[in-house]
Design a protein around this ligand. Structure first.
Ligand SMILES: O=P(O)(O)OC[C@@H](O)[C@@H](O)c1c[nH]c2ccccc12
Length: 262
């Protein structure tokens, strides 16, 4: 949005790059793998539904991982991940549409395209099962149009909010999968209370995802107690500082967070 002036400089720069990014040449048509079904399957076999994120770097990461994205995604699935999120933003997160396409070939779980999408043509850069739409960066009308445009192509839109007002906007736009981002995109700070304050307002039939800042099994249990159907976890699994940290183990520890509870 033109008027959003209190954004961190890194976020301004991300948005500037996003405005310039071209769209795809052809309208994509996807036969999406259902996220709600994948979440139900995880629940049925006692795994916490974790959407593990392939994020080579980020404005808040303390390093970059150069591992093959396909190997990372496969390692996350081996650790029990319900779905994979892939950053396709190139200039600030080290992602690409190509790595998403390769990952989606290699795994059979749903794959979320994580990017800063502002215009309809940008939906067509690559086929994915889910697409992220961020309420903060879209006019309500544009959001509703993009939700519809995403569904026409077969994508499941995941609509990201940060407070109750944005939740209203997401629901009015027809969102059925909603993510509450614990990271404030204006200041880039994380606070798990964000999810706790928004979750009670979310209708039961929505698939509700707690995004960002989940780093331990205790955080997982805290977000689940507050009503998260699934968790979206990047940094704690990628572990950017420690180059060869075991992504499978990092995923498994969160997936098994509810195991010793009765
Ligand atoms: O690395 P974390 O704190 O686990 O966060 C993952 C994910 O939620 C975060 O990458 C994210 C949430 N919303 C976004 C929008 C754009 C880019 C990235 C994001």
């Amino acid at each position: 949005m033109e008027t959003d002036t209190d954004l961190a400089p890194a976020v301004e720069s991300i948005l500037e790059a996003a405005r310039e990014r071209p769209g795809g040449n052809e309208v994509v048509d996807v036969d999406a793998r259902s996220l709600p079904d994948a979440v139900a399957r995880a629940e049925a076999d006692g795994r916490v539904p974790v959407i593990a994120e392939v994020k080579p770097t980020s404005p808040t990461a303390n390093g970059t991982r150069d591992d093959d994205p396909v190997e990372l995604a496969e390692a996350m699935v081996a650790g029990g991940a319900t779905a994979i999120s892939v950053l396709t933003e190139p200039s600030h997160f080290g992602g690409s549409a190509e790595s998403l396409a390769r990952i989606r070939e290699a795994v059979d779980v749903p794959v979320l395209r994580k990017d800063f999408l502002l215009r309809e043509a940008q939906l067509d850069a690559v086929a994915a099962d889910l697409l992220l739409l961020i309420v903060r960066f879209l006019e309500p009308e544009t959001l509703a149009d993009l939700v519809a445009a995403a569904r026409e192509r077969g994508f499941q839109p995941l609509v990201e909010v940060h407070d109750r007002a944005e939740l209203e906007t997401a629901l009015e736009a027809g969102a059925e999968i909603i993510g509450v981002n614990n990271r404030d995109l204006a200041r880039l700070e994380v606070d798990l209370e964000t999810f706790e304050s928004v979750a009670p307002e979310v209708p039961d039939d929505v698939t509700l995802i707690a995004e960002s800042g989940v780093s331990s099994p205790a955080d997982v249990r805290r977000m689940r107690a507050a009503g998260a159907d699934a968790l979206l976890v990047g940094s704690a699994i990628m572990d950017h500082g420690a180059g060869d940290s075991d992504v499978t183990e990092n995923t498994r520890r969160l997936v098994e967070a509810e195991d010793d509870e009765t």
